[in-house]
Design a protein. Structure first.
Length: 256
């Protein structure tokens, strides 16, 4: 991390203790290290983040946070359930951060998930740079859906009958992947958001994506560049990628 000509950028690492898909995933060992520590490394490599804190209700992660000289913003139980929203947890963390030194209102808020141990080099700074270059409300990383394209989805009823997801032709009549219209999904790598949008979203609890604002932009990643751990398979894939990097003596993350 290093200072820039931009206003202070504050990063919030979200790391709740619970998880239905893979309990304890944020501190599960990935390539020999607790999962959250890989995000710590990604933050350290950023040239545009000056303040970092971890929002967590997990005592072990809180200890890792303090050992890494990051701020710890205790996450209350009502914001650590599987129904709690990302923006509500981030707003609470910012309130706690302000209690220990106010953050400029025009500073971007960088939201990072602790269960993402694999990110491409420079991803965070790419998102922050686009945020400043465009003056948008938010930037999020997206990955191409590949063969899991919505056109190639279908409806299957209780008796096994298959129907098109939409329209009259199964799979839209398309059989070549190259003919599909490019489609993308959020990959969990990074979110950068204007604080005013994050605060305003509190008035729209019925819209869980209101905090992204009106002008929402994307940076894209290649297949496998971001691994968001939600199950045992994701964990195994991330572990192998990071171990392979180590065996090749390739840094797990760098800013070049």
């Amino acid at each position: 991390m290093s200072a820039t000509n931009h206003p202070l950028s504050i990063a919030i690492i979200l790391a709740r203790a619970g998880s239905k898909g893979l309990p304890g995933k944020n501190r599960a060992l990935v390539a020999g290290r607790p999962c959250v520590e890989w995000t710590f490394e990604h933050v350290r490599a950023s040239e545009h983040i000056d303040r970092v804190g971890v929002s967590t209700d997990d005592a072990e992660i809180a200890t890792l946070c303090r050992q890494s000289v990051f701020e710890h913003w205790p996450r209350p139980a009502e914001l650590a359930s599987d129904t709690a929203t990302v923006d509500a947890a981030a707003r609470k963390a910012l309130i706690q951060a302000d209690e220990n030194g106010a953050t400029p209102k025009n500073a971007p808020v960088v939201i990072l998930y602790a269960n993402v141990p694999v990110r491409p080099a420079g991803l965070i700074d790419r998102a922050i740079t686009l945020f400043y270059e465009t003056g948008c409300d938010s930037v999020q990383s997206y990955a191409a859906v590949g063969k899991h394209h919505p056109t190639w989805t279908a409806r299957v009823d209780g008796e096994g009958r298959v129907r098109p997801w939409e329209g009259d032709r199964l799979f839209g009549g398309i059989y070549r992947r190259q003919d599909l219209t490019p489609a993308f999904v959020p990959d969990g790598g990074v979110i950068v958001v204007r604080r005013s949008c994050l605060d305003a979203a509190a008035a729209e609890p019925q819209n869980p994506h209101a905090f992204l604002g009106r002008d929402h932009r994307a940076i894209t990643t290649e297949p496998g560049e971001v691994i968001d751990i939600d199950n045992e398979i994701d964990l195994a894939v991330a572990d192998q990628i990071l171990r392979r990097r180590a065996s090749m003596q390739t840094p797990a993350y760098n800013s070049t």
